[in-house]
Design a protein around this ligand. Structure first.
Ligand code: UDX
Length: 447
């Protein structure tokens, strides 16, 4: 198949590279000439494990091209994916669809034969109808079928998620699109990834409902963690205990500082707005959004309480800045709220992150960056694990103890257990676990 992908960001670039890896002829299009030039030289605009190799392999095989010119790629394509950004609109939280609409008009001006136009960006219910209307209005002769095909890619695991999806959701209104989309995804279809065909609006809602449910699940365990601290239970054991029920499942039950990223915060807000606009409010998701926002801000207070009443002049070292490991993405990261809260209290903040420090510089100020955990720990009054990078899973605590002014470790991802940390003379604060650890023998028996 000849495929054009408009938008070479997280979704478009990963999707285009993986479609090429399936053997399709793919052209990735972006209006950012510098990004396209970098891609032609094998330089990735984003940090995504394995992306540079898959792009290099398929570029070398001439199956993957990059261009700023939308016209020629679209006119030759059997399928055109719209993978441009749909950020939260300033002020009201609705999805900003201006990029999608612009691209729809450009596609309409350049289609030559029957073409399937697919919205892969996360778009509110009804956007496919709008794209169809724009195309027909722009070019009444255009013979297109507009399809919804949302992605379920996690940053840091995007290629894995693309190649081994739990399902592929395809929303169609024109039966001619079924054959084309089956052909596009044939390699996955053959390895039994279920291809779920639905109506277009249903497909659009599946994406939002999935993200909203996952965000709610995380928020649920985060609130249970607060209750665990109040009643003296262990949230990790509670998560394990409920997760063994296959109706609940153990994933996305890790209590932490709140969810971030470019998807959950944006998509939950957009879904809440869609629901309100249609007179069917989603009160559970409204609560999820509010609770998560409050939680990220509350984390700075948790660190301040651990240090002691007054944090003015204290030095706090943060391990991790990105919203999750294996990405350089700082969007809506809890670290941003934590830094602002600590600085408002008069503390000095240092930080190390394996990939995110460059991006962080555009989000926060007055932070001192270090080359590794030990550099930033020197003279610090607290060490706070914010993002669970593998690089932080085997810290040298005796070395940290010798460097720090006050041996306090605040573990916002429950990476460690108290008895290990206490053995090295640290005070240990974590999320949703009792002040004193349940004897290891007891908790091991439960595992
Ligand atoms: C998410 C969805 O998982 C993915 O399917 C969708 O396509 C895009 O949005 P992503 O935002 O990349 O992917 O990351 P994810 O791994 O889902 O984590 C989102 C946030 O939730 C992160 O801040 C993470 O730290 C947090 N999280 C996740 C938890 O706090 N606890 C968990 O158990 C899981």
């Amino acid at each position: 198949m000849r495929i054009a992908v408009v938008g070479s960001g997280y979704v478009g670039l990963v999707s285009g590279a993986c479609f090429a890896d399936f053997g399709h002829e793919v052209t990735c299009i972006d209006s950012d000439a510098a990004k396209i030039a970098a891609l032609k030289n094998g330089i990735m605009p984003i940090y995504e494990p394995g992306l540079d190799q898959i792009v290099a392999k398929n570029s070398a095989a001439k199956r993957l091209l990059f261009t700023t010119e939308l016209g020629s790629a679209v006119s030759r394509a059997d399928a055109v994916f719209i993978a441009v950004g749909t950020p939260s609109r300033r002020g009201d939280g609705h999805a900003d669809l201006s990029y999608v609409h612009t691209v729809a008009r450009e596609i309409a001006q350049n289609v030559r034969n029957f073409t399937v136009v697919i919205t892969k960006s996360t778009v509110p219910v009804g956007t496919g109808d709008e794209v169809e209307r724009i195309i027909r209005e722009t070019n009444p002769q255009a013979d297109v079928a507009v399809v919804s095909n949302p992605e379920f890619l996690r940053e840091g695991a995007a290629i894995e998620d693309f190649k081994r999806p739990d399902r592929i959701v395809i929303g169609i209104e024109d039966e001619r699109a079924r054959a084309v989309m089956t052909e596009v995804y044939r390699p996955l279809y053959l390895n039994k990834a279920p291809l779920l065909f639905t109506a277009r609006r249903t497909s659009e809602l599946i994406k939002y409902a999935a993200n909203a449910f996952l965000a709610m699940k995380i928020t649920f365990i985060n609130e249970i963690a607060d209750l665990c601290e109040a009643v003296g239970s262990d949230v990790q054991d509670v998560a394990h205990g409920i997760g063994l029920d296959n109706r609940i499942g153990g994933k996305f039950l890790h209590a932490g500082p709140g969810y971030g990223g470019s998807c959950f915060p944006k998509d939950t807000l957009a879904l809440v707005k869609t629901a309100q606009d249609h007179g069917s409010p989603l009160r559970l998701i409204e609560a999820t959004v509010a609770i998560n926002d409050q939680r990220k801000r509350a984390m700075a207070r948790k660190v301040a309480r651990a240090i002691g009443a007054d944090i003015r002049g204290k030095t706090v070292a943060l391990l991790g800045l990105t919203f999750k490991p294996n990405t350089d993405d700082m969007r809506e990261s809890p670290a941003i709220s934590i830094i602002q809260g600590l600085q408002d209290g008069g503390a000095k903040v240092r930080a190390f992150d394996p990939e995110g420090m460059e991006q962080a510089k555009a989000c926060v100020s007055d932070v001192t960056y270090g080359a590794d955990p030990y550099t930033i720990a020197e003279g610090a009054d607290a060490l706070v694990l914010v993002t669970e990078w593998d690089a932080f899973r085997a810290l040298d605590f005796p070395r940290l103890r010798s460097l720090m002014n006050d041996p306090l470790f605040v573990d916002l991802r429950n990476v460690y257990r108290r008895e290990l940390i206490a053995r090295h003379g640290f005070r240990y604060v974590s999320i949703g676990r009792p002040k004193e650890d349940i004897p290891v023998a007891l908790s091991t028996a439960a595992e």
